[in-house]
Ligand binder design. Structure first.
Ligand SMILES: Nc1ncnc2c1ncn2[C@@H]1O[C@H](COP(=O)(O)OP(=O)(O)OP(=O)(O)O)[C@@H](O)[C@H]1O
Length: 410
């Protein structure tokens, strides 16, 4: 797809962050929504929607964020776009701490960071024409593009594959996919650096979803955009993400580049999410029998389970999972995971072997093939580790006190 060029001399300029440089950095980010009760509105608890997450987004990349409903993905999106005030932690954009910027401090940033919302029906004002909607960011920022707002809005409409002549039409005259394109045009108006798309296609028909995802992909290639794309399953983000963060109950449980995540997921929850996605691969035509059915809903973020939050639904959970929270650590280059008993990697708590009762119940929902495969990979990794450690003691013996044998050159 070719994207019409922005009119020359347009006031808005694109940032200089080189591809691969850190654009956004999030450290220890938390959002606890207070729960208040009674006449005095005393705080009696808090919804720990986002509960201490760290990640970076590099310029030009797409970070996919996945997890079941209620795990805090949208809250995270609203925190990094500063639509919500964090309870703790920091958000840095292009090296600048923007965590607590006020309205005026945020104004320039509002151009650089844009959000696309899930519901294209409710996010567009039905009483406004498309021209007014897509042109609104210029008015809000007090920016006049060269050639005028109308010409720029029409250019944006053609960028997203809509007819520029439909400038004067109203949202109800468009289909769901077209409305989402309008939302995308509005988000692109100020030539942002970072676009956070919160479930951009989940309200659309499956047949339209791919078109909108492809449009986002094309726009990224042509305009050098950086995306954070939020989705509740891996089917939407699997083709467009460079890296994927898997969230569970307010935490990131795995963060890896796409290849590693698909080839060898390490967190049991990632594995469960992946098995829920139908894969159109003839070699996996029996994939249905390999499904992992997670039991029950995500526990309440008001009082999340102790230790590893996933332990109440995990078929590998042992005592340590109940008592000790696993840290998100890089076990393989480019693959961070928070798990005591990861898949496809050396057990991080091998001494802890007795399964919890909940784990035995959860295992009933995991297909035998998955359990067998998991045991196989664990055994293979254990054998590899044993081999390596058996070789290790030989290393110190290698450097000998004896002078080295003369080399051939001498
Ligand atoms: N303004 C709010 N006040 C109180 N609780 C909230 C608020 N916004 C979100 N929550 C709670 O925070 C938790 C995380 O919600 P969030 O919408 O971020 O999750 P999500 O993963 O995006 O889910 P979904 O896909 O359903 O939107 C949920 O338990 C939700 O009820």
């Amino acid at each position: 797809m070719s994207i019409p060029a922005q009119s020359e001399g347009t006031v808005i300029t694109k940032g200089d962050a080189a591809p691969g440089e850190t654009l956004l950095k999030v450290t220890g980010l938390q959002k606890h929504f207070p729960i208040k009760k009674g006449l005095l509105q005393r705080q009696v608890g808090a919804v720990r929607a986002v509960d201490g997450i760290d990640f970076e987004v590099k310029s030009g990349e797409t970070l996919g964020v996945v997890g079941e409903s209620g795990c805090g993905k949208s809250t995270m999106g609203r925190l990094i776009t500063r639509l919500l005030e964090p309870t703790a932690g920091t958000v840095e954009f292009e090296g600048k701490d923007i965590t607590h910027l006020g309205v005026s401090g945020m104004r320039p940033l509002r151009r650089d960071v844009q959000m696309i919302f899930q519901d294209p029906y409710s996010s567009l004002n039905p009483r406004h024409t498309i021209g007014t909607i897509v042109g609104a960011p210029f008015k809000l920022q007090g920016v006049t593009p060269e050639g005028g707002i109308k010409a720029e809005v029409q250019r944006l409409l053609s960028v997203v594959g809509l007819n520029p002549e439909h400038y004067n039409r109203y949202p109800h005259e468009f289909s769901g996919g077209q409305r989402q394109r309008i939302g995308i045009a509005r988000a692109l108006a100020l030539n942002p650096k970072l676009v956070v798309a919160d479930e951009p296609v989940s309200a659309l028909d499956v047949s339209i979803q791919a078109q909108v995802v492809n449009l986002l992909d094309d726009l990224q290639q042509e305009l050098g955009l950086t995306y954070v794309i939020i989705a509740h399953d891996l089917s939407v983000v699997r083709h467009v993400s460079d890296r994927i963060a898997v969230m569970y109950l307010g935490k990131i449980v795995e963060l890896a580049d796409r290849e590693s995540l698909y080839r060898a997921p390490m967190h049991p929850y990632t594995k469960a999410l992946m098995s829920a996605v139908p894969i159109p691969d003839p070699r996996r035509k029996n994939a249905k029998s390999e499904r992992i059915l997670l039991k029950g809903d995500v526990p309440s973020p008001i009082s999340p389970p102790s230790g590893c939050r996933f332990h109440t639904r995990c078929w590998k959970a042992t005592e340590i999972c109940k008592t000790t929270e696993p840290k998100l650590v890089e076990l393989k280059p480019g693959q961070q995971v928070a798990c005591h008993h990861p898949e496809n990697f050396e057990d991080q708590a091998p001494q802890d072997t007795v399964l919890l009762t909940v784990a035995k119940e959860a295992a009933e929902l995991v297909a035998d093939e998955v359990l067998a495969e998991s045991a196989e990979t664990s055994a293979a990794v254990a054998a590899e580790v044993a081999e390596l450690t058996a070789e290790e003691p030989e290393e110190p013996e290698a450097p000998s006190e004896e002078p080295e044998a003369p080399s051939k050159e001498k």
